[in-house]
Design a protein around this ligand. Structure first.
Ligand SMILES: O=C(O)CCC(=O)C(=O)O
Length: 316
């Protein structure tokens, strides 16, 4: 491609996040004081792909009153659950020149609670973060304390959730910046979650690179080894940590402005599909989220186009 045309394409891609932000991205995540009707949810939030935090949407869930550590011990303490273990709290993240996945251990939930309460030591940082509908597959006894879907969201989206996940971990457990093709209804039951968000239109400023996948292995001595997953294809992932961005290496990231929000106990974050998110939490925070598969509509195709052009223009 002629250099002038390539320059024009890069300029257009760099202007795009700013134009999209001016038109449709809020400076902060707005709050609703009650759950919306399905029509309002679809019209005001899903269709324009805008996040919001909804209060009083979970107040009928027994979990809000019941889910203390002592209740979890008494009801599901002996149930074995899958726990991600990492040396530094980062599971599924770029470490050096690898995309590193966590070591996984099966532990009775009471052991996880012992560690969270400081009664037992365990090497590394623990996070129950398995995303395979973990509430249904690992802790089905707790389902009657929540709901199997969010009725107004299911009606708006015309489908039931693909997954219902349970999250519980240490304050040091961090979810690295990424995006999903799900409409995400993220419900905090106790504690707080801290989200750092970017709209999908920020893609031209968000770097991706291809990494050799690897997995942490926890040795008998309690140290960690990084073992390559030789049979797996390379993984495209975001190398940048938005908390300490390496702006010398990724200078265009200085042009984006993240939205930050805290979701507190009893609140529900609607996180629209394709929004980039980085997540931290208070120690022992308990959350449940519903992933509804997104519509693969024209919005999705436009995102794919921006993604392809960003790569083709050599931006990231
Ligand atoms: O809560 C977290 O740590 C991560 C949540 C997340 O990434 C998601 O729901 O897609």
């Amino acid at each position: 491609m002629a250099e002038a045309a390539l320059d024009a394409m890069r300029r257009a891609l760099r202007d795009f996040p700013v134009a999209a932000r001016d038109l449709s991205v809020p400076f902060t995540v707005p709050y609703l004081d009650e759950p919306p009707t399905p029509l309002c949810f679809y019209r005001d939030w899903v269709c324009p792909n805008r996040p919001c935090i909804i209060r009083n949407a979970l107040k009928h869930w027994p979990a809000l009153q019941k889910w203390s550590f002592s209740y979890l011990r008494a009801t599901v303490g002996s149930t074995e659950v899958t726990v991600a273990v990492t040396p530094d709290g980062y599971a599924d993240a770029v470490r050096g020149d690898r995309f590193v996945m966590p070591a996984e251990r099966r532990l009775p939930l009471s052991c996880v609670l012992d560690v969270l309460e400081g009664q037992t030591q365990h090497p590394g940082v623990l996070y129950m973060q398995k995303q395979c509908s973990s509430l249904l597959t690992e802790l089905p006894q707790l389902l009657s304390d929540v709901e199997s879907h969010i009725p107004w969201a299911s009606e708006a989206l015309g489908k039931m959730p693909d997954a219902l996940n349970f999250w519980l971990g240490e304050a040091a457990a961090v979810t690295s910046l990424h995006k999903d093709h799900y409409e995400n209804l993220y419900c905090v039951v106790s504690g707080e979650k801290h989200f750092l968000l970017h709209p999908p239109s920020d893609r031209p400023f968000i770097p991706y690179e291809l990494y050799t996948p690897a997995t942490y292995q926890l040795t008998e001595e309690g140290t960690f080894k990084v073992v390559d997953e030789e049979a797996m294809e390379k993984v495209p992932w975001i190398p940048l940590d938005p908390l300490t961005p390496d702006l010398a290496r990724y200078p265009s990231y200085s042009q984006v402005q993240a939205l930050r929000c805290t979701v507190r106990a009893g609140e529900l974050l609607y996180l629209p599909a394709l929004w980039f998110h980085h997540v931290q939490q208070s120690h022992g925070c308990i959350a449940v989220n519903f992933w509804y598969d997104m519509e693969y509509d024209l919005k999705y195709s436009y995102f794919q186009l921006v993604d392809s052009l960003t790569k083709a223009a050599g931006l990231y």
